[in-house]
Design a protein around this ligand. Structure first.
Ligand SMILES: Nc1ncnc2c1ncn2[C@@H]1O[C@H](COP(=O)(O)OP(=O)(O)OP(=O)(O)O)[C@@H](O)[C@H]1O
Ligand SMILES: [Mg+2]
Length: 350
């Protein structure tokens, strides 16, 4: 390799959209090489489990072909509390090598899964407040879930070399595009169709992560129920705000009520963060995911949380060649936040 490290493609397999992004490192700045997105039928992926793998494989293959992706090496990711657990713990001080040896033993006390069923990883964060202890972040990912996602990626012709976690990918996306404010707490909130990932950064470092099993599906389901319409029509109604035979006011009211439930869930996570961090403030929300695009959501989130909300711009610091349709990119930008974070990963990263 003459220019930088070997290229990989970031593939974010969501329950509503699969996204693919490939970046090129040109003397330390990133250029967009490939970007694509495809929509999945409902119920192929439920609660983070791939229920219909052959159709997911077909969707990935179609996406790779349409986006003209030729790189095989891929970074994929997992999320959701039934797949991944991230815990910050204080344990006796030891070297990285020593911890590698004893991680199973240390993790066993904190991880609610059978330790034989998970892959473990860790990062030493530094000395803890108490003497002889250090703070460590432990990540435990269920082997069967890793296997499900790795298998569909392989069957689609990819070589998954990195299995990341959505919350960490979001953090990488943030680091590329935003200046760290040392005194501030920023909450990255990713609202997908079935999941919300939250990662709170204090002075740019992650201090809290939490996934909740709610998302934009709540808007869709509320519309389906209220107007007795199909999933497809409800999705259309949500994204286009209006359809013949429906009053815009009624649609708005149904969406607002579902938004309130979603925001209540986000607030619960924020309360939990405040309770466990001696009542720290959250200064700003950076909103990612398709859920961020639902009409009326952003002002309501800002009003209910009392926090300034900014929509993520994961492409902000990435050079976009003229061959891309910039108007389209602007429309889908928050949806590709995780995929951008994955595309930033390089083989051999920890
Ligand atoms: N303008 C829009 N374009 C696309 N999706 C939108 C739009 N407005 C709202 N949405 C909603 O965003 C959600 C999809 O977002 P996203 O692609 O981030 O989810 P996902 O990653 O596929 O899902 P998850 O990670 O939760 O499994 C859907 O509920 C969709 O209806
Ligand atoms: Mg997602």
């Amino acid at each position: 390799m003459i220019f930088g490290k070997k290229n990989i493609v970031g593939i974010d397999i969501g329950s509503k959209h699969i996204k693919a992004v490939q970046l090129k490192d040109v003397r330390g700045s990133y250029h967009l090489e490939r970007l694509g997105l495809t929509t999945l039928e409902p119920e192929l992926i439920v609660d983070g489990s791939i229920l219909d793998s052959s159709r997911v494989v077909e969707a990935i293959k179609g996406l790779i072909a349409n986006a003209d992706i030729r790189t095989k090496d891929a970074a994929i990711s997992l999320s959701g509390h039934s797949s991944v657990i991230i815990k910050r713990v204080s344990i006796p001080q030891m070297s990285e090598d020593e911890l590698s040896e004893s991680i199973k033993f240390e993790a066993e006390q904190y991880i609610p899964f059978d330790i034989e069923d998970v892959n473990l990883d860790f990062q030493i964060l530094g000395p803890a407040d108490k003497e002889h202890l250090m703070d460590v972040m432990i990540v435990a990912a269920k082997k069967d879930k890793i296997n499900e996602y790795v298998t569909v990626a392989r069957e689609a012709g990819l070589n998954p070399v990195i299995v990341d976690v959505d919350a960490f990918a979001l953090e990488n996306m943030y680091e590329l595009n935003y200046e760290v404010k040392p005194q501030e707490n920023v909450a990255i909130v990713n609202i997908g169709a079935s999941m919300i990932n939250i990662n709170i950064l204090k002075g740019g470092l992650s201090v809290f992560t939490r996934d909740s099993a709610v998302g934009g599906n709540m808007h869709t389901e509320a519309l389906q129920k209220e107007f007795t319409i199909s999933y497809a029509n409800a999705e259309k109604l949500k994204q286009e705000k209006t359809m013949e035979g429906f009053s815009q006011e009624d649609v708005k009211a149904v969406l607002a009520s579902a938004s309130e439930d979603i925001i209540a869930e986000i607030s619960r996570s924020f309360d939990y963060f405040r309770d466990t961090s001696s009542y720290e403030n959250i200064n700003e929300i950076v909103l990612c995911g398709g859920g961020a695009l639902t009409p009326g959501f952003i002002p309501l989130l800002s009003e209910m949380s009392g926090i300034n909300v900014k929509v993520a711009e994961p492409l902000k610091n990435i050079h976009i060649p003229d061959s891309f349709d910039k108007e389209y990119l602007k429309k889908v930008e928050p949806i590709v936040s995780v995929a951008i974070g994955l595309a930033l990963r390089r083989i051999g990263d920890k």
